[in-house]
Write a protein that binds this ligand. Structure first.
Ligand code: NAD
Length: 276
């Protein structure tokens, strides 16, 4: 079996999740989604990260069915969108996502953003879905420490994972430390900084030393920090390139050099100040 699919982390509820997944934000619904996801599965990815708002769950579902890989060998994540937050609306949004995906259970369901005044009720619906056995694990996305504290105080189950913007320019040390203390895994979105960090000299220097690409070096940096990664690409060669990260290791010095690139700089919205 391909090594890409066998490297997993164990979430705090015992469920195993691949360290590497395939993200499909901004991948156009239809043939582009179907072809990209099928290519990803063919080269060894076993985890797919979509969301209701990406509007490509149907294509993801079609690719899963056409891949020929048994459902139980795949790890499928989707997310409840902001306008669907609330108890009953989340339960309905979940069913709608399942139907679009053509699946009868999900591996991971996430609250996409911490919508003020709504995310606690939303979390209670997530707990119901989990207790009913419709999803193997529940988590959150874009939660800062105070949002997580709120969930820990008011929830029955704690999130298994927090999916946040995280890359060498935004190292999120405070959230990572909090999550580690509470056994909440951390998953990086825009792990390679949406492709905007690939010219960075330090990363290129390290890449040359290892005969790897800048994208591979950044993804390896995440892995060595214990972070789950979901890089996105629709280019077949890059989809495959992003899997070739389990056969080399960055030294402590190289890890420290990349850590030092942090500028607390976001490419995406701030979870304490978004208006969608
Ligand atoms: P990313 O960091 O994965 O970068 C993707 C871009 O980098 C691609 O469009 C491509 O242009 C480039 N790229 C990819 N591989 C490359 C390679 N090997 N060499 C050169 N360039 C390469 O950014 P992303 O798509 O924003 O994030 C990844 C995934 O995270 C998304 O697809 C989605 O699943 C998830 N995400 C979640 C949230 C959230 O709010 N939870 C927000 C954004 C993204």
């Amino acid at each position: 079996m391909n090594h890409v699919s066998t490297e997993t982390i164990t979430l705090h509820n015992g469920v195993k999740m691949p360290k590497l997944g395939f993200g499909v934000y901004l991948v156009e619904e239809g043939a582009t989604t179907v072809d990209s996801v099928k290519k990803a599965i063919e080269v060894g990815y076993r985890s797919i990260d979509t969301a209701a708002i990406y509007k490509n769950e149907k294509g993801v579902g079609q690719a899963i069915r056409e891949s020929g890989i048994p459902r139980e060998e795949l790890f499928i994540t989707t997310k409840v969108w902001n306008s669907d937050q609330g108890y009953e609306t989340t339960l309905q949004a979940f069913e709608d996502s399942l139907e679009r995906l053509g699946l009868d259970y999900l591996d991971l369901y996430l609250i996409h953003w911490p919508v003020k005044g709504k995310y606690i009720e939303t979390w209670k619906a997530m707990e119901k879905l989990y207790e009913d056995g419709k999803v193997r694990a529940i988590g959150v996305s874009n939660f800062n420490v105070h949002h997580l504290e709120d969930i820990l105080e008011h929830g029955k189950h704690k999130p298994v994972i927090n999916q946040i913007e995280l890359h060498p320019r935004l190292s999120q040390v405070e959230i990572r430390e909090f999550c580690s203390k509470h056994e909440i895994a951390v998953e990086a979105w825009s792990p390679i900084g949406q492709g905007k960090l690939l010219d960075e000299p330090t990363i290129n220097h390290v890449a040359t030393k290892h005969s790897k690409s800048p994208a591979q070096v950044i993804l390896r940096w995440h892995l060595q920090h214990g972070t789950v990664i979901i890089p996105k690409s629709i280019t077949p060669s890059r989809i495959e390139e992003n899997t070739q990260i389990f056969d080399f290791e960055l030294s402590l010095e190289e890890m420290t050099q990349i850590d030092a690139l942090n500028m607390d700089a976001r490419f995406g919205p701030d979870p304490d100040n978004f208006n969608f």
